[in-house]
Design a protein around this ligand. Structure first.
Ligand code: F6R
Length: 616
């Protein structure tokens, strides 16, 4: 969840690190800090709040003639797990002697035990409430007798359990960063006469496009001229260079007020790209690099789709479409539940993990649990080279480009696109859909980016509605079939960025309890895009309208019968029932965005959230 950046070279490390941290702020933003090796010691600046607070502190110091310059340093942007957001708990953390500083992402599970040992044996006084400080203190102790920083770091890692990536500098072994990865992302960036480390690619895009992806259990030792990688037994490792294809612009706002809005508008292009990457010259789906033969598919008895957050409703759409087209039973589960419930998985199970970041710890743990039971693992992932991607048998990349806003939009709709492509491919290979149906649905899918671009040309009505409705303190989302999946995603989007208490439910289920909450004026967003369920949905709308609810309906263009029962209707372009989730979610994303804007919320960085959740 936290972001890490490190630099060794000939530039002012502080500037490179600050710049990198700003690009990683989406990973966590409750405090930030930088440590530099300077004049034979380690110096730290840390500040609670957003990175601009740290920047202000450094600017003030520099105006007062206090220098904070060096060629070697590490920085951190935090998402608190152990210890409240505060200056003291902000990273970097130093050891007691002040010769070692660390930045850390993840959790040291045995930190209580280590803290006790260090206090008892070495009379260490801990300054912060964090688990991370034990890393610094431990390395500081080992550094007393070690010949190099990497020796001390290696010794410390033997004592630690948990999931982490951390980076260390020391005044006793200057001009060097040592970093270790265990179940949290870590990369090393290759420069000329300078090198970098980071938790994520966007931090380094301005400086280098060639990186090494550090694997689990590995330690990387970075100086200005060398990057050496070692496995968990300290054997040197040779790693292929990974060439990043994104450019800096893809990770910038490009004139939009927020990343979220930019990413909403990028959806037509992102969906088109996800489809185009999977089509051959004749316009058929080809799953290059994914070896799902007819025999493989025929052998699958059950599919589990497992995900967290927004990726979960993408899985619900996946279930609907795979069962419809490929006739294989599909179960969808949230990863944090799946991993602890001893699910019925065997060699005939296909496990599909959906994850934008590819680093979500629960999803990764669920994937490992399924793999250990013999399942074949296919992942739908946005971040190339991420942990989920690397640990899967096959990867279906979403090609959404970097998604920076914490609230997922283009990653979500490209995940849906992958679900359609996969289901179509499975159905055709297994012969469970006719050639005619295959081509008709694929052609309709290819029309979606154009329809979405048309829709996005004028969305003023959503903005106007948000201006009227933003003061509500409770909103319900209802729908049937695929519309229910979209309702879950629309509700999640609204609550996470506007902090309005929102709740989604299958419309037919309302009368079994939730309808008790309907009162005059209760705001209900009704999804009524399924032709096959239109009449049923109209009845549900009538039921809530009869209780005085304020009904805002999303319907397909032309379906005007809802108008009589609705206070307002948002029309999406007409399309086949199966494909509506790709269009109907967009007004809901915009509604959440506009409401959050009216309420003055921090849209790209909602409180308590982080882009990549690498803790349980
Ligand atoms: C919601 C959102 C989160 C993520 C969830 C899973 O808009 O973005 O709920 O969907 O944390 O993250 P990934 O997809 O990276 O596994």
């Amino acid at each position: 969840m936290c972001g890490i950046v490190g630099y060794v070279g000939k530039r002012n490390a502080k500037d490179v690190i600050l710049d990198g941290l700003k690009r990683l702020e989406y990973r966590g933003y409750d405090s930030a800090g930088i440590a530099l090796v300077r004049n034979g010691s380690v110096e730290i600046r840390q500040k609670v709040g957003e990175i601009r607070n740290l920047e202000e502190l450094l600017d003030n110091e520099s105006r007062r003639g206090i220098s904070f310059e060096s060629y070697t340093g590490i920085g951190h942007t935090r998402w608190a797990t152990h210890g409240a957001p505060s200056d003291i708990n902000a990273h970097p953390h130093a050891d007691q002697s002040g010769t070692v500083a660390i930045v850390h992402n993840g959790i040291i599970e045995n930190f209580v035990e280590l803290k006790e040992r260090l206090t008892r044996q070495y009379h260490v006084h801990f300054r912060s409430e964090t688990d991370s400080e034990v890393i610094a203190q431990l390395i500081g102790i080992y550094m007393r007798d070690a010949e190099s920083l990497e020796d001390a770091v290696y010794a410390a890692t033997q004592d630690m359990t948990g999931a982490y990536a951390f980076a260390v500098i020391s005044s006793k072994d200057p001009n060097k960063i040592v970093a270790v990865r265990k179940d949290a992302p870590l990369i090393a960036g290759i420069g000329k006469g300078e090198n970098f480390i980071a938790s994520d690619i966007p931090a380094l895009l301005k400086y280098c496009k060639e990186i090494y992806l550090i694997e689990n259990g590995e330690m990387v030792v970075v100086t200005a001229d060398r990057i050496d990688i070692f496995d968990e037994n300290r054997n040197p490792v040779r790693r292929e260079v990974f060439h990043v294809t994104w450019d800096v612009d893809a990770a910038e706002k490009e004139g939009y007020p927020h990343f979220m809005l930019k990413e909403i508008y990028e959806q037509p292009k992102a969906i088109e790209e996800t489809i185009a990457r999977r089509l051959d010259e004749a316009g058929n789906i080809r799953l290059d690099g994914i070896s799902l033969t007819k025999e493989d598919l025929a052998n699958i008895s059950r599919i589990y789709i497992v995900a967290c957050g927004a990726a979960y409703p993408a899985g619900l759409v996946g279930k609907f479409i795979i069962e419809k087209l490929a006739k294989i039973p599909v179960e969808v589960d949230v990863a944090s539940e799946f991993r602890y419930r001893d699910p019925l998985v065997d060699e005939r199970t296909l496990f599909i993990a959906i994850s934008q970041s590819g680093e979500t710890l629960d999803t990764l743990a669920a994937l490992r649990a399924a793999k250990a039971k013999g399942a074949r693992v296919l992942s739908v992932v946005n971040v190339v080279g991420s942990s989920v991607a690397r640990e899967s048998d096959d990867v279906f990349y979403t090609w959404a480009g970097p998604e920076i806003a914490v609230a997922s939009t283009k990653a979500y709709t490209t995940q849906l696109t992958c679900m359609y492509l996969l289901a179509l491919h499975m159905g055709r290979t297994l012969g469970t859909i006719s050639e005619t149906d295959y081509h008709a649905l694929l052609a309709a899918l290819r029309e979606i980016p154009g329809k979405l671009a048309d829709y996005l040309r004028d969305v003023r009505e959503v903005e106007a509605l948000a201006k009227i409705l933003y003061t509500r303190d409770q909103v319900f989302f209802i729908g049937r079939g695929l519309d229910a999946a979209v309702a879950y995603e629309g509700s999640l989007k609204l609550k996470e960025i506007s902090y309005i208490n929102s709740f989604a439910i299958a419309a037919g289920e309302l009368k079994h309890g939730t309808i008790a909450l309907m009162e005059p004026g209760t705001l209900v967003l009704c999804l009524a895009t399924q032709d096959a369920l239109y009449e049923k949905m109209l009845s549900n709308i009538q039921e809530i309208k009869a209780r005085g609810a304020h009904v805002l309906t999303v319907a397909k263009a032309g379906n005007r019968a809802v108008e009589a029962q609705s206070n307002e209707v948002i029309y999406i372009p007409d399309c086949r029932d199966e494909l509506t989730p790709l269009l109907s979610v967009v007004p809901l994303q915009l509604f959440a965005y506009d409401v959050a804007k009216e309420r003055g919320c921090n849209i790209d960085k909602p409180k308590n959230l982080a882009k990549s959740v690498t803790v349980e």
